[in-house]
Design a protein around this ligand. Structure first.
Ligand code: UDP
Ligand code: MG
Length: 240
């Protein structure tokens, strides 16, 4: 396993302002954060894209942000991120949280329709970004606690539930064209393992807080989306 970098955020673009360490950077009364969780291949990205279109969410995919940082010329984390992703392991949280926080600030300081960089695709031009889908994060307990404390507590957690056999089939199919380092049989097995042992405790943690909405994602894309729309109604209706 590669060593955890000693100063992991030093090379990442700094946030616009320095945030206090004692309270979250964003006020959950002003910003709606929905975590979208589920096993690899559960359909998180697909469903988030539909929500962006219909509700003007800003979509922040932790995996996409990490892949963009991996590909960024001169990144000191590129090799480390590649190794973690190929091994299906969770990148040290300092890197991922800083990427997410920076992307949220960028989206909020511009119009949502312009926030199109690295994983921050958004829909409706002219509407300031204040609804975020955080896709594929948090997937380890330390990330969950840290993000809630320092960035913004989530309003809701969508949990896409799907049998492993279907997930594997989808990922192998996607692997034919995705070009991803981890859509191969060996990495997929490791990602499942990480999901069960490392990420499920996060879902349980939020379930105890009453935030989890379970979605059967073995169904068709449109059926799943209908269930998701019903699931998020309580948190989007009041802030539209
Ligand atoms: N990853 C990580 N921390 C995160 C999210 C993702 O380290 O908070 C890494 C991890 O190695 C994971 C990979 O990025 O297996 C791919 O994540 P992504 O969400 O893109 O995969 P998906 O679940 O969509 O198949
Ligand atoms: Mg994804």
């Amino acid at each position: 396993m590669p060593a955890v970098p000693s100063a992991p955020t030093s090379e990442l673009p700094p946030p616009a302002t320095t945030s206090a360490t004692s309270s979250p950077a964003f006020d959950p009364n002003e910003v709606t954060v929905i975590f979208v969780l589920g096993g690899p291949g559960a359909g998180k990205g697909t469903q988030c894209a539909k929500l962006v279109q219909d509700y003007g969410f800003v979509h922040l995919s932790a995996g996409d942000l990490l892949r963009a940082e991996q590909a960024r010329a001169g990144s000191q984390f590129g090799a480390m991120i590649k190794e973690y992703i190929t091994e299906g392991k969770i990148v040290p949280m300092e890197v991922t949280i800083k990427l997410l926080e920076n992307a949220m600030r960028a989206a909020m300081s511009s119009e949502a329709g312009e926030a199109k960089e690295a994983g921050a695709s958004s829909g409706v031009k002219g509407i300031p970004a204040r609804r975020f889908l955080v896709d594929g994060f948090p997937r380890q307990m330390d990330q969950a606690v840290k993000f809630d404390e320092t960035v913004c507590p989530s309003s809701l957690v969508l949990f896409l539930v799907c049998p492993e056999a279907i997930l594997q089939e989808r990922l192998l199919e996607r692997g034919k064209t995705s070009g991803r380092d981890d859509d191969n049989a060996a990495s997929i097995k490791k990602r499942f393992d990480t999901f069960i042992h490392t990420s499920m405790p996060v879902v349980d943690y939020y379930r105890k807080q009453g935030k989890v909405v379970d979605i059967d994602s073995a169904k068709s894309i449109d059926e799943v989306y209908e269930d998701i729309k019903r699931g998020i109604a309580p948190v989007v209706s009041s802030s539209s």
